[in-house]
Write a protein that binds this ligand. Structure first.
Ligand code: NDP
Length: 514
């Protein structure tokens, strides 16, 4: 899953009419071809927005009992897109009650092969409506259309395909055990991958026989509401999937509800801790997928071109708003200087701007608060003495945009090397030996992911063993697959999503809870 950022071709790559010689273009050696990309905007016509979206409870869209609504916007233009229900505590109670009844009356006892049919149906509909989902995800989230189109939506569908396959094979997944669903799952998700996080949560929960109440982030509720329409289209029994929108306090009321059996949260470490405290002492299963400060480690024998692309993908994919983003780059000292120069050159080719343009590499930051946080961290980096590099690029006059940023001369102790920024900001540090790389990479409160770039297989294996990170990519980065578990250590949370491990989080294997 590469952000496939566009590289402007040099003269020697250009095939001209009848010749490929730079001189025939009137250019000297090393001169860039003076062309620019024409705008290539994706049409938004495929998305039919409602003026208002209610709560999706019991298979129907209903007005919130709270009687309140809020506006959701396009972060690239700051224009309003629609009004969305602001659930109150009564709405939470109602949704959980509906999910409980659906669990008892239909879904919980439905044979796995029947549950699988619904999941397969959802996967197929997601694929059929993929363009609509991609456009909506970009409109409401700010991410480049080519990423929603090529990454978010296909991966979301892939999760439903994958878990559909497990629904009637749970006894084989966990032999000599007695796998049973937990009951009602409360799921709270963030704004960086709204549809994909929904799929990570809902697909395994349903495959295992649970019903769900999901709360999307306030800034990105629309793809979840479109997913509600997919549930209707798939004839999913009413109440199996319920979606409620509203602020963080509603998320807290949902996970704390006494009739919830399982809580799954993805978001900030701070809110993860709040949730952990809130449900401590309650008999609920809990998985937390929280923040990260991943190390991307480049050795001097790495394939440099690929490593440069991997580093760029690692931090600028989805504007760096990725929990597993490779936000700390460790380069072996012997190649640091030329590597950083090439990295800067590569940054200058990134196209920042309209997320709906198919050529855009870096879109809009999801919300104003997040942009303010990124700006604050950039200021902190400069104030702490690191050297800043930002390629020249014009940012759109409206909307929430941030320049791709690279810091060198970064101290291990500085905020930009320690805190999650969740934006397009890369901190570059150096190392001499593998042991030093390990020590520095592990010097963080987080432990979600890491990357290693080297030609030596034995070095990869030894690094993987010593890096304290849930996922380690070798000679690649930000690669996701529904069959592969994902999750962290330390302040990055606990529990795994994806793969067979992802099912485990939604199952009672020995009848302890029934
Ligand atoms: P949050 O953790 O606040 O939000 C994630 C989800 O939790 C949203 O649905 C949010 O609702 C909800 N929520 C907020 N407060 C509570 C609460 N007390 N109890 C239950 N649910 C709650 O992330 P932010 O959007 O505020 O981002 C802040 C920082 O978190 C970012 O700068 C980034 O560092 C990190 N982050 C990490 C993510 C990851 O994937 N690891 C994802 C998103 C953010 P609402 O949207 O309505 O506030």
């Amino acid at each position: 899953m590469s952000p496939t950022a566009v590289t402007r071709r040099g003269p020697s790559d250009v095939v001209g009419p009848g010749t490929d010689s730079p001189s025939s273009w009137g250019l000297g050696d090393g001169q860039a071809v003076p062309w620019e990309y024409a705008p290539a905007p994706e049409s938004r016509d495929i998305v039919q927005l409602q003026a208002r979206y209610g709560l999706f409870v019991g298979g129907k869209e209903i007005a919130p009992r709270s009687g309140q609504w809020f506006t959701t916007i396009d972060p690239a233009t700051e224009e309003p897109l629609a009004e969305v229900a602001r659930a109150g505590v009564d709405d939470v109670d109602h949704a959980v009650g509906v999910a409980r009844r659906a669990f008892k009356r239909s879904w919980g006892d439905l044979p796995g092969r029947e549950r699988a049919k619904y999941l397969f149906r959802i996967a197929r509909i997601l694929q059929e409506r993929s363009r609509e989902f991609a456009v909506l995800e970009t409109l409401n989230g700010g991410k480049p259309i080519k990423e929603s189109r090529d990454v978010d939506v296909p991966l979301a569908a892939a999760h439903f395909w994958y878990y559909a396959g497990w629904a009637d094979k749970l006894e084989y997944a966990f032999p000599n055990r007695d796998p049973k669903p937990l009951g009602v799952a409360a799921q709270v998700i963030p704004w960086n991958f709204p549809l994909l996080m929904l799929a990570w949560k809902i697909a395994p929960a349903l495959a295992a026989g649970n019903t769900v109440v999901l709360k999307p982030a306030s800034s990105t509720p629309l793809s979840a509401m479109l997913f509600a329409d997919v549930c209707r289209q798939a004839d999913l029994p009413p109440g199996v999937v319920n979606i409620i929108t509203g602020p963080g306090e509603i998320g807290l009321a949902l996970v704390s509800h006494p009739d919830v059996d399982k809580v799954a949260f993805t978001g900030s470490t701070e809110v993860g801790k709040t949730i952990g405290r809130a449900i401590a002492g309650q008999d609920k299963a809990l998985t937390l997928e929280l923040g990260g400060k991943a190390a991307n480690i480049v050795f001097d024998d790495a394939a440099i071109d690929q490593a440069i692309e991997g580093v760029v993908n690692g931090i600028f994919f989805n504007q760096g708003e990725v929990c597993c983003a490779g936000s700390r780059l460790f380069v072996q000292e012997s190649i640091a200087e030329p590597f950083i120069e090439r990295l800067k050159d590569r940054l200058s080719t990134l196209r920042v701007g309209d997320p709906m343009d198919k050529n855009t590499d870096v879109g809009a930051i999801n919300n104003a608060a997040q942009l303010a946080r990124i700006d604050e961290m950039i200021e902190a980096g400069t104030a702490e003495g690191a050297d800043i590099y930002q390629p020249a690029c014009d940012l759109p006059a409206r909307g929430f945009f941030a320049r791709p940023t690279l810091f060198t001369n970064v101290a291990q102790s500085s905020r930009i090397a320690q805190e999650e920024i969740f934006g397009p900001v890369l901190s570059v540090l150096t190392f001499r030996t593998p042991d030093e790389a390990i020590e520095k990479a592990n010097n963080t409160a987080y432990g979600l992911s890491a990357g290693v770039w080297t030609e030596k297989g034995s070095r990869i294996l030894s690094m993987v063993k010593k890096l304290r990170a849930g996922v380690v990519w070798a000679n690649t980065f930000n690669r996701f697959d529904p069959t592969s578990p994902f999750g962290g250590y330390k302040e990055s949370g606990y529990g795994r999503e994806g793969g067979q491990h992802g099912l485990l989080a939604y199952l009672d294997l020995d009848g302890e809870r029934h």
